[in-house]
Design a protein around this ligand. Structure first.
Ligand SMILES: Nc1ncnc2c1ncn2[C@@H]1O[C@H](COP(=O)(O)OP(=O)(O)O)[C@@H](O)[C@H]1O
Ligand SMILES: [Mg+2]
Length: 406
């Protein structure tokens, strides 16, 4: 039976549905594509990745790299090696093939074999040796993988866009990040050194396209097929909610269930999980009659209260990744959308807000770019009428309305 869990990736029996998407992902991988899995935070990307890891298609070995705290190119290489070395076969393979690689590696080879799991001291030494030669040395370490024949490797990299932003925060020059992106592309696709027996699946909660275009590196990622991870279908949401309530043994009327889904808007698995967990706490505290009114109270006082602030705050804080002028314009646009909710706002009206905020340096291109960012970073979406926009999620909008409109 599915368990009600909040925060940790959902695995095994606790992973709900997504079967069609999983099939699609494997189809793409089998067809030789790399995949960019795009969805807002908490839509279930990491859970989906674990599903691929836990139940791979025959002949595949998944390797998992969490890129969220990788702050420079050399660390990417070390983290990737670290994840690869976690597999005993790959570790043996590397150690035997590295024996013949460059002189610079001598003196370390023996240590690779004895330290298990890969020791932090060893990683530090390796990092010193690779240092500013990360392009050649990283390539010489990794390219040998193309002779690995035991199985195909699916290299899953979670939150790669965050890594690129971290490069920037760590003052890695844009030119070096660009070099890194093309280096990584070469590693994936070059017929001579490319890892032709590896496929890559990259996940991201924020759009990568804008940053790539700022760097002038859009084509460094053009071998990726973008697959969006959507919210649950309306029927899926009803079914998921029921299963979770059942596992918590909470009897809730149909009206109560409908109320939850209506308050939530877009059915995101995380929010459904959180709602059920919150109701469970209320029942444990002796609240017996939970109906639509109580549900609304929970939504207003708990969900939109300080308890869940960290979740939403992230959306506000990460606007700092935008240029200063665009940060202000975004805040002004989001504020207007939050106030107007549930009414959508015309693009032309948002353009006026942008021009007013940005002042002399405003351009139509700048506005279009900003709108593309807000769309790719999952703040807004187009309303049914293409020329109008609304917040991407009702719950985020309710939160914005409460804290950032006055
Ligand atoms: N397929 C799923 N089945 C059950 N719960 C899920 C599923 N996907 C996401 N969740 C819920 O959402 C939370 C966040 O999921 P996670 O995979 O970490 O999202 P992301 O990586 O997109 O931020 C999980 O802790 C769980 O409560
Ligand atoms: Mg995640």
């Amino acid at each position: 039976m599915i368990k009600n869990l909040v925060g940790l990736p959902a695995r095994g029996d606790d992973f709900y549905d997504r079967e069609e998407l999983i099939e699609l992902v494997w189809d793409y991988l089998e067809g030789g594509n790399n995949i960019l899995l795009a969805a807002p935070r908490r839509y279930g990307k990491t859970s989906l990745m674990y599903r691929l890891i836990d139940q791979p298609n025959p002949g595949w070995k998944p390797i998992h790299v969490d890129a969220e705290s990788i702050g420079m190119p050399v660390n990417f290489i070390i983290s990737l090696l670290d994840s690869l070395m976690a597999d005993r076969h790959i570790q043996n393979f590397f150690i035997s093939t590295w024996k013949n690689s460059g002189k610079w590696l001598r003196g370390l080879i023996e240590e690779f074999g004895v330290t298990a799991p890969w020791d932090v001291g060893l990683k530090i030494k390796l990092k010193e040796k690779i240092g500013s030669h990360w392009q050649e040395r990283g390539e010489s370490l990794l390219q040998l993988l193309q002779n690995y024949r035991k199985e195909k490797l699916l290299i899953i990299i979670d939150e790669l866009p965050v890594m690129l932003h971290l490069f920037r925060e760590n003052k890695i020059p844009g030119a070096e990040t660009k070099t890194f992106l093309y280096w990584f592309r070469k590693l994936r696709t070059d017929p001579k050194i490319g890892l032709t027996n590896c496929r890559f699946l990259v996940g991201g909660s924020i759009g990568i396209e804008n940053y790539l275009s700022q760097l002038g590196a859009v084509d460094s990622f053009n071998d990726f097929q973008r697959i969006p991870l959507k919210e649950l279908s309306p029927e899926g949401a009803v079914d998921f909610l029921r299963k979770l309530l059942k596992s918590r043994k909470i009897p809730l009327s149909i009206a109560g269930q409908r109320k939850i889904l209506a308050l939530m808007g877009t059915p995101i698995p995380y929010f459904i999980q959180m709602f059920v967990a919150t109701i469970a706490i209320e029942s444990a505290n002796g609240v017996t009659r939970i109906g639509p009114r109580k549900i609304k109270e929970i939504y207003l006082n708990r969900f939109l209260g300080p308890e869940y602030k960290t979740y939403f705050q992230h959306y506000y804080d990460r606007l700092r990744y935008y240029d200063k002028a665009l940060q202000n314009a975004s805040k002004a646009i989001l504020r207007e959308l939050a106030i107007a909710q549930p009414q959508p706002i015309k693009k032309s009206q948002l353009r006026t807000i942008y021009w007013k905020e940005v002042g002399e340096s405003a351009t139509d291109d700048g506005f279009n770019q900003l709108m593309a960012n807000l769309l790719n970073d999952f703040y807004i979406r187009q309303a049914e009428d293409d020329e109008k926009y609304v917040f991407a999620s009702k719950i985020l909008c309710d939160w914005w309305r409460r804290y950032y409109t006055f």
